[in-house]
Unconditional design. Structure first.
Length: 388
């Protein structure tokens, strides 16, 4: 059995390794370039140590961009003062500046750039030979200035692009989740519509057939006659049809386990709304208990639609969800302190009409209107037979 990797050898450290190797290779090239210069000074152990420190700091720049930038800048300035590697001493600093700006440390990246350029220029001026050194110093400083501006701008652009891509991805996830919820809601509404149609069109007629057949059987036996086989078959078939119809209506009115939603999941709905940027508070009064499936789902859908309207139309707002369990009724309300209605919407929205139809179809009432103290409020009341 192979030994387990040490805990310090993590995926994060593996991602840092290319930074360290790149810094080490670049530092060795700088030392080689300085050693081959005509007026090269002898190299010492401290010069190699500066390169190692720079490489180690580059390895940490992804996780600790600001401290790493400071260390890299100091090490490269010291190396420039000691062995004069030229403008190439700025390369490790440029990389650290880019990473710092990309990670959001804009001020640190800009200040480090200015400090390094100032130190680099001051040293060049102090060691410049007599004659006409000004033009060469100006050209090299201008070149370095352009490089550092480019590194800062590239880091900022990279950060903005990353933020944009993350936002697009988040919106895509939200849109997909919204589409799924809309599809589930529409499927549930279609099941309820079919159930109502079946109930209205078939239940009454089958009940009449069953009752009439039962009366005929009862009258026949009361007269001492044996009911005909056809009459008994009608009575039995109508009873079986009623049982099957009730089962079918129950299946249509009760969603499958995979898409079941109820007031027990209001907390999850509130969390998703908070993640979308709308603060939500949830309060429950009374003793929560098992509710009829249609009422439980309708209460959840009222909260869902109301929170959707808050997120879309209320602007910066805080929403409050209140669920009240009473012996004979259930009350669900959602209020907010944002704009009372979407601008340019003189008529109620489709979602509001759908909420009202869902609630009134269960014998309840729904009130939705602007509040006197600002914002909008939705209140749905469902009658209950009593504690389940």
């Amino acid at each position: 059995m192979l030994p387990r990797r040490p805990p310090f050898y993590s995926a994060s450290m593996r991602r840092d390794l290319p930074y360290a190797l790149s810094g080490l290779a670049l530092g060795l090239l700088l030392l080689g370039n300085a050693a081959l210069a005509p007026d090269a000074a002898p190299l010492h152990a401290i010069d190699v140590a500066l390169v190692v420190v720079m490489a180690a700091a580059l390895a940490a720049c992804r996780r600790y961009p600001a401290p790493a930038l400071v260390v890299v800048s100091a090490a490269m300035l010291a190396l420039h003062v000691r062995v004069h590697p030229g403008a190439s001493a700025a390369f490790p600093v440029l990389g650290a500046v880019y990473v710092a700006a990309w990670r959001g440390h804009r001020t640190t990246a800009a200040l480090a750039s200015l400090v390094f350029l100032g130190g680099f220029l001051a040293h060049d001026i102090s060691v410049a030979p007599a004659g006409r050194p000004g033009q060469q110093i100006v050209e090299r400083t201008s070149l370095l200035l352009g490089w550092f501006v480019a590194a800062n701008v590239a880091g900022l652009v990279g950060r903005q692009r990353r933020a944009y891509l993350e936002q697009v991805e988040q919106r895509a996830v939200e849109a997909e989740r919204t589409r799924e919820e809309v599809a589930l809601r529409r499927a549930g509404e279609e099941r309820l519509r079919i159930a109502r149609d079946l109930h209205d069109s078939l239940t009454h007629n089958i009940s009449v057939i069953k009752v009439q057949a039962g009366i005929a059987v009862h009258l026949a036996r009361k007269r001492g006659e044996e009911p005909s086989a056809a009459l008994l078959a009608i009575q039995e078939a109508s009873a079986a049809a009623m049982r099957e119809l009730r089962a079918t209506l129950g299946a249509l009115r009760s969603p499958s386990d995979g898409d079941w939603v109820g007031l027990a999941r209001v907390g999850e709905l509130a969390e998703r709304t908070r993640a979308a940027g709308v603060p939500v508070q949830v309060t429950v009064t009374g003793q929560p208990r098992e509710l009829p499936g249609e009422v439980d789902q309708a209460g959840y859908r009222v909260v869902q639609e109301a929170l959707t309207n808050v997120a879309r139309h209320a602007g910066p707002a805080t929403a409050q969800i209140h669920v009240e369990y009473a012996p004979a009724q259930l009350t669900v309300s959602v209020t907010d302190d944002g704009r009372a209605a979407p601008v340019g919407s003189p008529t109620p929205g489709v979602g509001l009409r759908g909420m009202r139809e869902r609630v009134t179809g269960l014998g309840g009432t729904l009130d939705a209107a602007a509040r006197d103290d600002g914002g909008f409020g939705v209140r749905a009341t469902f009658p209950l037979d009593g504690p389940a």
